[in-house]
Design a protein. Structure first.
Length: 118
């Protein structure tokens, strides 16, 4: 597995969850990593990006409740999700790119399911 995502699960509305994703050495160097999500019946959407060196970019709806962070040394990216709502229920996918300028890189993780019960 080139991108190993973990941390999903079932939580109650209002609770928090932290997702993790680690890129395997075969993908290195990684210039950017990102989290996307796909809710049932909806298209996959960008949540946030982590650029090597520490810059972060958020899609509008997720700024505030969600925080992306990363660790260049570990080739890892994390997504801290707070005050979760039922509409945050989705499969969350990790993405890695060899380019800082390519929004969706060619490498995808297997997805981790987050279910928020109201």
């Amino acid at each position: 597995v080139q991108l190993q995502a973990s941390g999903g699960g079932l939580v109650q509305a209002g609770e928090s969850l932290k997702l993790s994703c680690v890129a395997s050495r075969s993908l290195l160097p990684v210039a950017a990593m990102a989290w996307y999500r796909q809710a049932p019946g909806k298209q996959r959407e960008l949540v946030a990006r982590w650029l090597s060196g520490g810059s972060t970019i958020y899609a509008g709806p997720f700024k505030g409740r969600f925080t992306i962070s990363g660790d260049d040394a570990k080739s890892a990216v994390y997504l801290q999700m707070n005050s979760l709502k039922s509409e945050d229920t989705a499969v969350y996918y990790c993405n890695a790119s060899p380019s800082r300028t390519v929004v969706a890189g060619p490498h995808w993780g297997q997805g981790t399911l987050v279910t928020v019960s109201s």
